[in-house]
Design a protein around this ligand. Structure first.
Ligand code: NAP
Length: 247
């Protein structure tokens, strides 16, 4: 099926070099957007951008936790691809530990990437989007941010923080034509979940009414919808894509 609803749009996907971010990059490219794929590993980001369907995509090395790198990368993207109209804050990491053993660095690193990283990029793109009175921002949260999870206090806090960021940005920018939504994925097959043991997967499957983990493409289709024109009257929402885990 050929799609064109994002033709002429320029999208940034942080953490677009693999997993959910790569599937979102593919979906946005299939819909006609020019996609800037970002990751700390620039080579992998460039390689991933080269695999996307269509033309005009590019890969960039950028650590979202570094505000100066974010500003410089945004400026390079706009020079290369044009004004950014879609931002997907997808980059995320885990540093799991039980609370009593969690080190300051484990807490700080996760907040710096997952939450502050999204803030850094959102703040950076906002001026241009407001000026042009159009833009769509999507944050990739998690069901863990809605429900909590033992051993993931840092990650859950970062993902719950993204929900607050999403709703605040949505309220602040709605009158300027800029929307902001979030997806809360459940457990999805990617590098992030590949270390789960067989017994953990079995336990998780019992918690998922649909009985299995999801695939990155399950999130990507919803992302394409939320940033696109069919969702033009939707802002400030958090949509769980989780096989029914949270309802
Ligand atoms: P993944 O396979 O581990 O991929 C993570 C991506 O983020 C990579 O492209 C990585 O590239 C990039 N990244 C990490 N830190 C970064 C930083 N500081 N700056 C820029 N890029 C960075 O993860 P995933 O499973 O696809 O997860 C994607 C998002 O979905 C994350 O926010 C995650 O929390 C969320 N999520 C995942 C699941 C799941 O079950 N998989 C469930 C709920 C939510 P580099 O290593 O090159 O930087």
């Amino acid at each position: 099926m050929s799609r064109t609803e994002l033709h002429g749009q320029v999208a940034i996907v942080t953490g677009g070099s693999r997993g959910i971010g790569l599937a979102i990059s593919v979906a946005l490219a299939e819909a006609g957007a020019a996609v800037a794929v970002l990751g700390r590993n620039g080579e992998r980001a460039v390689e991933a951008a080269g695999t996307l369907p269509g033309e005009g995509h590019a890969g960039f090395a950028c650590d979202v936790a570094n505000p100066d790198a974010v500003k410089a990368t945004l400026s390079a993207i706009e020079d290369d691809l044009g004004p950014v109209t879609i931002l997907v804050n997808n980059a995320g990491i885990t540093r799991d530990n039980i609370l009593l053993r969690m080190k300051d660095e484990e807490f700080d690193e996760v907040i710096a990437t997952n939450l502050k990283g999204a803030f850094n990029f959102t703040r950076a793109v906002t001026r241009g989007m407001m000026k042009r009175r159009t833009g769509s921002i999507l944050n990739i949260s998690s069901v863990v941010g809605l429900q909590g999870n033992a051993g993931q206090a840092n990650y859950a806090a970062s993902k719950a923080g993204l929900v607050g960021l999403t709703k605040s940005v949505a309220k602040e920018l709605a009158s300027r034509g800029v929307r902001c939504n979030a997806i809360a994925p459940g457990f999805i097959h990617t590098d992030m979940t590949e270390d789960l043991g067989e017994s953990q997967v079995e336990r998780l499957q019992q918690l998922i009414p649909m009985g299995s983990l999801g695939e990155p493409e399950d999130v990507a289709g919803v992302a394409r919808f939320l940033v696109g024109p069919e969702a033009r009257y939707i802002t400030g929402q958090v949509l769980a894509v989780d096989g029914g885990m949270v309802m």
